[in-house]
Design a protein around this ligand. Structure first.
Ligand code: HEM
Ligand SMILES: *[C@@H]1O[C@H](CO)[C@@H](O)[C@H](O)[C@H]1NC(C)=O
Ligand SMILES: *[C@@H]1O[C@H](CO)[C@@H](O)[C@H](O)[C@H]1NC(C)=O
Length: 490
């Protein structure tokens, strides 16, 4: 008995010592993987950023890495990222499958769908529909400004005191995307809204954390009742809520007169035959995808923007001067106004650059391909390090500090460097970019016009190190609020 145990141990040891994982031929270099676990032991699984940085320094701008048995290629810097995602866009625009997030998505929606017809058709549909027209009378701008008024009302209640902006921007961003999808908003205190937010927050936490990593790298543990099961359950909860909303739309819609995104999709369904990639199940996932994609990204960018604005009152004031001048006599800002606000535009872009809200884009190769002299087989996991591009030396005047001059030329005009890739690039690039940029501009301008925001004196030194995750977010902070001008007469 004891003898056979010892034998098994010896066998396992020999296995790890002598069985080599073969890298594909001419594959990018990287650390040597062990069977089953790959390079998992090279990583600090609660925060692998430092380790990845070390590997990039050692192996170069295109290096490989094993997540369990699965090889991955990491791209660092503008040149490698652009060459893959843009120049070879058709080869590098798949999404890795067989991961916790993609399994939970069941191959539906748009974000996690692999390169192919369903993805292409749904992406095209969203891009068309999210443009200003196509969703009834209310413009995108009106929807955003309407929700911003609720945000203003909330801040007015706190004026003269302090707010914890943590939920503030999440609620607003959630409602804006909700207005686009369903034409209604949730009250900030609504129970359904809270369930929604809780499910998403929990899922993000699990998929980003050690349990997500374990699911992704060690498939043999997947059927065990471990915490990653919760992700599937949360999805079911959200799916049920979305399905209810869709059923409601079906009974109240007038075909050909869409009020919102769901109506547009139902119109499209009418036009297509049964075999098409458009169907009810796909719509449910699509709605969830757009909500997920538009929520944390926008909210966390705003959180970072305010963290920098309250710790740099000089920059905040200069924005306010410009905003006052351009908006003088006008009740509200509109998106066009950005063209007359080069400084504010530069500040908003600099906030996006420094926020690195989405630090990495996860792709996969849709066929055997090549990149910078290396061969990369079909189905390889490709990680584009957007973070490395947004702070790349040589691409920015001030790569490592918060400085709006990164986006201003000698004449003080707004100028966007090529390395500004917070939305990624190529065929998979963020499809909500237009909406996101409109939200950031209208919300920031409206709030800065009405309020002055400041860092609480008793709060100590601000900590700018973000919390690690699929989206980065600042550590929770408090923010002082003062009225700048009396609230508009009702
Ligand atoms: C500041 C806010 C935002 C940032 C920084 C951001 C950034 C990104 C990034 C980096 C990607 C991945 C691109 C890639 O894989 O190469 C992405 C994808 C995506 N984003 Fe955004 N995003 C933001 C807001 C939004 C909003 C408001 C929406 C809602 C409509 C949205 C919808 C999507 C969708 C659907 C995808 C998947 C596209 C695809 O797979 O084809 N995003 N976003
Ligand atoms: C892993 O990272 C976390 C968070 O940065 C840190 O607290 C911890 O000490 C690290 N662990 C190891 C083994 O380096
Ligand atoms: C991306 O680049 C940044 C900055 O160089 C680095 O800190 C980070 O670890 C890198 N992440 C990955 C996944 O390679």
């Amino acid at each position: 008995m004891l003898g056979s145990l010892v034998l098994i141990w010896i066998f396992i040891l020999l296995f790890f010592l002598f069985v080599r994982v073969q890298r594909p031929k001419n594959f990018p270099p990287g650390p040597r993987p062990v069977p089953i676990f790959g390079n998992l032991f090279e990583l600090n699984i609660t925060n692998p950023l430092k380790d990845f940085k070390r590997l990039a320094e050692r192996y170069g701008n295109v290096y490989s890495f094993y997540f369990g048995a699965r090889p991955a290629v990491v791209l660092t810097g503008l040149k490698a990222v652009k060459e893959a995602l843009v120049t070879n866009g058709a080869d590098f625009s798949g999404r890795p499958q067989n991961l916790l997030v993609s399994d939970a998505a069941k191959g539906k929606g748009v974000i996690l769908v692999d390169y192919g017809t369903t993805w292409k058709e749904h992406r095209r549909f969203a891009l068309m529909t999210l443009r200003n027209f196509g969703m009834g009378k209310q413009s995108m701008e009106d929807r955003i400004l309407g929700e911003t008024e609720h945000l203003v009302a909330r801040l007015e209640k706190s004026a003269g005191g302090f707010v914890n902006p943590q939920t503030l921007f999440h609620d607003a961003a959630s409602n804006i995307i909700y207005l686009v999808l369903f034409g209604t908003r949730y009250d900030y205190e609504d129970d359904n809204h809270k369930i929604y937010v809780r499910c998403f927050t929990e899922n993000t936490k699990i998929t980003n954390g050690p349990w997500g990593m374990i699911y992704d790298t060690l498939p043999m543990l997947r059927s065990l009742p471990l915490p990653f099961r919760k992700v599937f359950k949360n999805f079911q909860t959200v799916e049920k809520m979305v399905l209810n909303m869709i059923i409601k739309h079906k009974t109240t819609r007038v075909p050909g007169e869409p009020r919102n995104f769901v109506d547009c999709y139902l119109d499209e369904l009418d036009k297509r035959d049964d075999g098409s990639s458009f169907n009810d199940g796909q719509l449910v996932r699509y709605i969830i995808d757009l909500h997920v994609a538009g929520l944390d990204t926008t909210a966390n960018t705003l959180l970072t923007a305010f963290l920098y604005l309250i710790t740099r009152p000089d920059i905040q004031e200069r924005c306010q001067q410009e905003i006052d001048e351009v908006l003088e006599g006008k009740a509200q800002a509109c998106f066009e106004d950005r063209l007359n606000m080069p400084y504010t535009q530069a500040v908003i872009h600099e906030c996006q650059r420094i926020a690195i809200t989405v630090p990495t884009a996860f792709h996969s190769t849709s066929r055997d391909t090549e990149l910078m002299g290396y061969s990369i087989p079909k189905g390889t996991f490709v990680i584009a390090n957007l973070s490395s591009v947004l702070s790349e030396e040589g691409q920015w005047k001030f790569p490592h500090e918060f400085n709006p001059a990164n986006f201003l030329n000698e004449q003080g005009q707004f100028e966007k460097p090529e390395a500004f890739l917070p939305f990624s690039a190529g065929p998979r690039m963020c499809l909500g970019e237009g909406l996101a940029r409109m939200e950031l501009f209208l919300i920031l301008v409206t709030l800065l016009r009405r309020f002055q925001f400041f860092w609480p004196e008793d709060a100590g030194e601000p900590d700018f190190t973000p919390l690690y995750g699929v989206t980065l977010t600042p550590k929770p902070y408090r923010m002082g609020v003062r009225l700048r001008q009396p609230a508009r007469e009702m």
